[in-house]
Design a protein around this ligand. Structure first.
Ligand code: NAD
Length: 432
């Protein structure tokens, strides 16, 4: 099939590469000309395992085309995916202006029947806004599909190639058939496509992210109680995660959730509730617990250095909001580091992939190190924010030798407290 993907970020580029891998011809459109120039020259703008090889392979075979020209994409494709960003507006709602700008561009260029598909996470009712906008500008026939994306950064290729389910929201049976054909290569073992009305597809995405965020906040709230009463949240996690009605996923306590999706989508759901007269009490609480957890962790560090903040240097391991990505959007690490810097502390940081975007987001106010051990030299404590595999089994002796004093604040519960304490560290983790 001939496909166009508009917006080649984390979702759009993975979508385009995986659809090309299945044999489709995909035109990738982005209004960031640097990004498109880079892609034409084989520069992949993000870190995502397996993506570089897949993009290069399909580019070489002529199945991926990169352009800033939306007309080229619209002319040359039956299905047009919209994968642009939908960031939080100041009132917490999702800002869909980029989606509407693309819809407007499609309306101006469409000359023959097309299927327009939103991959972006868009609030309930966006389908009507897009459809009305296009209809107000053209008589060319088109169909609209809501097809929210569930890939996870860090395992995006695998998630796309072997999805647990694909949600397709459309009222038109003929379009369902075309979408089924498109996705058949990704569902060889069994049919995992779920058709539903557009409005349900839109809400399903927000409900999924709010549920995941709820599990994290629930465990973080339990971890706060554990800290008070001396219980071990890791044992609680195992104790409840082995119950098949609960299951083990998304039960890890830590410094709170972040990233480009969970916080903004939970905020947007609260906003949608308010717009429709529904008080989303539980979902609001999820956000409150998340902020409180980040504050609790930050305070533990700042309290430790109270009165001597100006002399303190922290070695930070991990800047990305989670492992296996370079994404620092709403990363708890950055939120906490900003507070450390505000207190007058210095920060030497290391992240395997997210260093440059983090330095940019923090206006160059941290010192970036080439590896984790360099960050420790002359620092007063190690603070861990991201669960990168390489942080899990470090040389504790080498850490102790480099730090001015052996102190670790572990926001991801990476180590066994007994082992670390035996090695002479003061060790502060979450809920243990
Ligand atoms: P991103 O910021 O990485 O990518 C968005 C891209 O759209 C950028 O390259 C930007 O230049 C481009 N763009 C913006 N306006 C444009 C326009 N008018 N014309 C052409 N290109 C334009 O964003 P992302 O993380 O890929 O997220 C995209 C959407 O997918 C969001 O709605 C997000 O909530 C959703 N989503 C993201 C993830 C994820 O893990 N990142 C997962 C599921 C869903």
């Amino acid at each position: 099939m001939k496909i166009c993907v508009v917006g080649v970020g984390y979702v759009g580029l993975v979508t385009a590469a995986c659809l090309a891998e299945a044999g489709n011809k995909v035109t990738c459109v982005d209004n960031n000309s640097d990004k498109i120039e880079g892609l034409k020259n084989g520069v992949i703008p993000i870190y995502e395992p397996g993506l570089t090889e897949m993009v290069k392979r399909n580019d070489k075979l002529g199945r991926l085309i990169f352009t800033t020209d939306l007309k080229q994409g619209v002319d040359d494709s039956l299905i047009i995916f919209i994968g642009v960003g939908t960031p939080s507006a100041p009132d917490g709602s999702a800002d869909i202006s980029a989606v509407l700008a693309v819809a407007d561009g499609i309306a101006q260029n469409i000359t023959d029947y097309r299927i327009i598909v939103t991959k972006s996470t868009v609030p309930i009712g966006t389908h009507k806004k897009v459809i009305d906008l296009i209809k107000s500008k053209t008589n060319t026939p088109f169909d609209y599909v809501s097809n929210p994306e569930f890939l996870r950064e860090g395992s995006a290729i695998d998630d796309y190639m072997r999805p647990e389910r694909i949600i397709v929201g459309t009222e038109n049976p003929a379009v369902r058939e075309i979408m089924k054909q498109l996705y058949d290569p990704f569902m060889r073992k069994s049919n995992r496509i779920l058709f539903m009305h557009t409005v349900s597809a839109e809400l399903a995405k927000y409900a999924a992210n709010a549920m995941l965020a709820t599990r994290i906040s629930f465990m973080n709230e339990i971890s706060a109680l554990c800290d008070q009463i001396g219980a071990d949240v890791e044992l609680i996690r195992q104790g409840i995660g082995t119950d098949s009605r609960i299951g083990p996923s998304f039960l890890f306590p830590g410094v709170g959730f972040g990233g480009s999706c969970l916080p903004k989508d939970v905020r947007a759901l609260v906003h949608t509730g308010a717009e429709n007269g529904v008080n989303m009490a539980l979902v609001k609480a999820v956000l409150e617990v998340n902020s409180a957890q980040q504050e609790r962790f930050t305070k533990r560090v700042t309290d430790y250095f109270a009165g001597r903040e100006a002399d303190a240097t922290l070695a930070v391991w991990g800047l990305a909001f989670k492992a296996k990505t370079d994404d620092v959007r709403e990363s708890p690490a950055l939120n906490c580091i900003k507070k450390f810097l505000d207190c007058g502390m210095k920060v030497k940081a290391y992240d395997p992939e997210a260093g440059p975007p983090a330095v940019e987001a923090l206006n160059g106010k941290i010192e970036l190190c080439q590896n984790g051990y360099d960050a420790l030299e002359g620092s007063d404590a190690l603070v861990i924010f991201t669960e990168w595999q390489e942080f899990r089994n470090p040389d504790l002796e080498a850490i102790a030798v480099r730090l001015n004093k052996p102190v670790i604040f572990d926001g991801k519960n990476l180590f066994d407290p007994q082992n670390v304490q035996k090695a002479g560290f003061e060790y502060y983790s979450v809920g243990r």
